[in-house]
Design a protein around this ligand. Structure first.
Ligand SMILES: Cc1cc2nc3c(=O)[nH]c(=O)nc-3n(C[C@H](O)[C@H](O)[C@H](O)COP(=O)(O)O)c2cc1C
Length: 353
């Protein structure tokens, strides 16, 4: 996978638009039909990856529609032929043997294009209302670490005997094993110290939230310096970012202003979301540092500008170590096309020169 060119991915719209939910240019739509069409078009346009976030209930407002990540990912695996499919997973929701079996099945359906994104939860009601309970931040990570230890070995086709604080597993082996590679790829999202320790020990790729280049470089330096288990490749890095690319900087800035104004309409939803969020989630402290639109850092990564500027900034992030750019747009399909036609070729030219 490592190459001198970056990979580009898109966030599926599992809970509607990413910047503002009440946009006349993009009516609320988290349906399977819309996401299927979006991902098929992304693949045709040359995008390399899709991230399907996992939320059982809509984290903005439980009354709103929410796409189910794992069943949708299995269907996408059957319908696509080239794009990587990454499904997020919160360990408390699935026993590790069940999840590993599902992941291995989607790996087979996709012909070796499947990956999981391990995330350790911030939205309290999703787990509390299910009666699962919402453990404290570091306890969630300890649980997630034991969970991924089991999943990793099962995905590799090993016979697992495990005794831990949370799981007791005897003589468990999944068949068929992965015929395409050692196992599906493991991404990890999360910025706290336990998240970093977890990705160094078990991850293939660390997903960084959108933020300015100097912060991203500091995070990469921290993780790149950490020890890796024997037999693991060097850790790779992905960046989440919201892109507004236009012919001129002024047009891009005007669209950003427009999205900020629309996002104001969602203020009551954001207050509810804030109240539901675990305050110790480090990721949300990062978001509080700058005004932005889009989830997971969004425009804080600075990919707002004319085509050349956005391409130059992406090339600079890539030189700093970002291998995969996981992108958001609004309106999504129209701006995704602009990116594919105007920005991606410029990035390739800059980095091939
Ligand atoms: C790229 C990326 C994708 C994420 N996707 C999800 C997701 O699908 N569902 C979810 O509940 N949290 C998701 N998260 C948030 C993680 O759960 C979050 O990082 C965690 O709750 C906070 O952990 P921290 O304190 O280590 O930052 C994602 C984070 C990143 C960086």
């Amino acid at each position: 996978m490592p190459s001198n060119l970056p990979r580009f991915g898109v966030w599926a719209l599992v809970h509607g638009s990413r910047a503002a939910l009440q946009d006349p240019a993009e009516p609320y739509d988290a349906s399977w039909a819309r996401n299927k069409a979006l991902v098929l078009e992304a693949e045709r346009l040359g995008f390399d990856s899709v991230l399907v976030a996992q939320h059982t209930i809509n984290p903005h407002d439980p009354a709103l529609d929410q796409l189910e990540a794992w069943t949708a990912s299995a269907a996408l695996a059957a319908l696509t032929s080239r794009i990587e499919i990454i499904a997020a997973i919160k360990p408390y929701l699935y026993h590790p043997v069940v999840l590993a079996k599902m992941a291995q099945q989607i790996e087979h359906i996709s012909g070796g294009r499947f990956a999981i994104n391990l995330v350790n939860a911030w939205n309290r009601p999703e787990l509390e209302r299910a009666g699962i309970g919402f453990a404290e931040h570091d306890e969630r990570y300890a649980y997630g670490r034991e969970w991924i230890t089991v999943v990793d070995r099962l995905l590799r086709g090993e016979t697992v005997h495990h005794r831990g604080d949370n799981f007791r597993i005897d003589d468990y082996r999944l068949r068929p094993a992965d015929p395409f590679r050692a196992r599906p790829r493991i991404y990890v999202g999360g910025e706290s110290e336990p998240a970093r320790a977890l990705v160094a020990a078990h991850g293939d790729v660390w997903f960084i939230n959108g933020q300015p280049p100097e912060d991203v470089e500091r995070l990469i330096a921290d993780l790149a310096a950490r020890a890796r288990p024997a037999g693991y490749d060097a850790l790779r890095f992905g960046l989440s970012a919201f892109v507004i690319a236009r012919a001129t900087q002024a047009q891009a800035d005007a669209h950003l202003e427009h999205l900020f104004a629309l996002a104001e309409l969602d203020k009551p939803l954001r207050e509810t979301q804030k109240a539901n969020t675990d305050p110790s989630a480090v990721m949300h402290q990062t978001f509080a540092r700058s005004a932005r639109v889009g989830s997971n850092g969004g425009t804080a990564a600075g990919l707002v500008g004319d085509y050349d500027t956005v391409a130059r900034r992406i090339a600079a992030f890539h030189r700093a170590g970002i291998e995969l750019f996981m992108l958001q747009f609004q309106p999504f399909e129209a701006d995704m096309r602009i990116f594919a036609e105007e920005v991606a070729p410029r990035v390739r030219r800059l980095l091939s020169a």
